[in-house]
Write a protein that binds this ligand. Structure first.
Ligand code: GDG
Length: 464
């Protein structure tokens, strides 16, 4: 089997058990084949050029970690990746900062990644690049003579061409992306958007009769949808093994017969928190018979504190949370709890299992793993209800069981909550079974192997 080289902006802590599903699956693939995981160390080298990479060996996996300078982090990470590509791909052109200087920093850091990766690559390695931080990496590697298979997976949405093509270096980036052998997206919709961007830019043409195969004057590449899964069995197991936390036990006692609603999202404007909280407020205003009988727990760890929009959102959500608790709370009832920090994975799984309803209402999301984790964590005999945004990638797989909502429509969110809390057990079980069948059929291990198998498929020759 060929060796695997994974490249992503962040790399899980070498030596510690991986936490997220993606890290679990990618590490399993790396262990099978042996390989390298390269990325940013999470550290800054200040004003100095980054020192040579650190290599950490763990069994047959080598972690290759590079520091980045303050300027690199400002321009590449906080700048072009998180202040331009992230909002743009989530359809927020209003928040997109089109500063050209930062685009230069983004391309520079991709060159640095290519320079540092180059000496580590063997002739028959398969290279798998992850996410929007590294769109030009294959092109940089090709310029350095790398002929290996190189795949790419986009974890966040690929926007419609009218949005994407507002990006000044948009065409240059698309062109660079044609240097990958396989481009994977979360949904058919994302893959179709990408295809349209290519066609509008005149950069590549579909090869007739070969689904997903494209041709440029120089080369051929494939693209397709590979919806990411979770470690379904593993997460269900974690949720079944109830956490022994005393705080959780007390919380359960305190809730008594109240139905628990839960939301778990990184603090991010793509997650639709404001609209969701307004939807809950509307529910409390109109469905007064539920007063005292429901309680909503929102867990929202802070991320990207270096980006101004996140600071503003933090204040806005905290204010709204305070308003809801202040307007509806009673001495003997807490209608809303808001946490701004991360919980352990075990605790999270137990909370999902306790909850009657999950509110997963991003305005736009590549997939949304919380939706899948919530479903996997349920007691199949008495499962909770998933309220899911129609604009989350997960909606393309979970439509048979979730209550789909338009996340901008606060009234619709309120109505979905009222339907969910009143739903009868047989309907909840039916919906849960349908979703579990999907999650078992496409877990993160299947996702990983189907992408790598497609990447390994014989290359199609370029025809004139
Ligand atoms: C990107 C795309 C796509 C959250 N809070 C805590 C915690 N989490 C974990 C969740 C879940 C993960 O973080 C979040 O994953 P999402 O998929 O919901 O969202 P993004 O971080 O935006 O991820 C997304 C994903 O990539 C994968 O391709 O689905 O669309 O945006 O696993 O459980 N984990 C712990 N404590 C918390 O408080 N331990």
């Amino acid at each position: 089997m060929t060796r695997l080289v994974v490249v992503s902006n962040r790399v899980p802590d070498p030596g510690r058990p991986p936490t997220g599903g993606l890290a679990v699956a990618v590490q399993a693939a790396l262990r099978d084949r042996g390989g390298i995981w390269m990325g940013w160390s999470g550290r800054s080298s200040g004003d100095d050029e980054p020192p040579p990479m650190i290599h950490r060996k763990d069994g047959n996996i080598t972690y290759a970690l590079t520091d980045l300078s303050d300027r690199d982090l400002a321009e590449y990470y906080n700048g072009f990746a998180n202040s331009v590509l992230w909002p743009l791909c989530h359809y927020r052109t209003d928040l997109t900062d089109f500063a050209r200087r930062e685009a230069q920093g983004y391309f520079r850091v991709n060159r640095l990644f290519a320079d540092r990766l180059l000496p580590l690559i063997r002739e028959d390695d398969v290279i798998w690049v992850h996410d929007y931080h590294l769109l030009p990496l294959a092109d940089e590697l090709r310029r350095r003579g790398v002929a290996n298979r190189i795949g790419f997976f986009m974890h966040i949405p690929w926007p419609a061409p009218d949005i994407y093509l507002t990006l000044p270096p948009g065409t240059r980036l698309l062109q660079a992306m044609t240097a990958f052998d396989l481009l994977g997206f979360q949904t058919e919709n994302d893959a179709a958007n990408f295809r349209q961007c290519l066609e509008r830019g005149g950069l590549a043409a579909p090869v007739p009769g070969e689904e997903g195969l494209f041709q440029t004057p120089e080369r051929r590449f494939r693209l397709g949808a590979f919806p990411i899964g979770i470690d379904t069995a593993g997460f269900a197991r974690t949720a079944r093994n109830a956490s022994r936390s005393a705080a959780l036990r007390n919380f359960r006692t305190h809730l008594g017969a109240q139905k628990l609603l839960v939301g778990v999202d990184r603090l991010d404007y793509s997650k639709g928190l404001i609209q969701r909280l307004n939807g809950y407020r509307r529910f409390l205003e109109t469905e007064t018979e539920w007063s005292g009988r429901v309680s909503y727990l929102q867990i929202t760890p802070r991320t990207r504190s270096g980006v101004a929009e996140y600071e503003a959102l933090q204040r806005e959500v905290a204010e709204l949370a305070g308003q809801i608790a202040g307007a509806f709370g009673r001495l003997d009832w807490v209608p809303f709890r808001y946490f701004n920090r991360a919980f352990s994975r075990q605790m999270l799984a137990s909370i999902y299992r306790m909850a009657s309803v999950a509110l997963v209402t991003p305005l736009r999301d590549g997939m949304n793993l919380v939706a899948k984790e919530f479903v996997a964590a349920q007691d199949p005999d008495d499962p909770g209800v998933l309220i899911l945004s129609q604009f989350a990638g997960a909606a393309s797989e979970l439509a048979s069981g979730a209550l789909l909502v338009n996340p901008y429509d606060e009234e619709a969110i309120a109505q979905a909550i009222s339907r969910a809390v009143a739903m009868q057990p047989h309907e909840r079980r039916q919906r849960h079974d349908a979703m579990m069948a999907v999650l078992r059929g496409n877990d993160v291990f299947t996702w990983c192997s189907s992408f790598l198998d497609r990447l390994a498929a014989p290359r199609a020759a370029v025809t004139a």
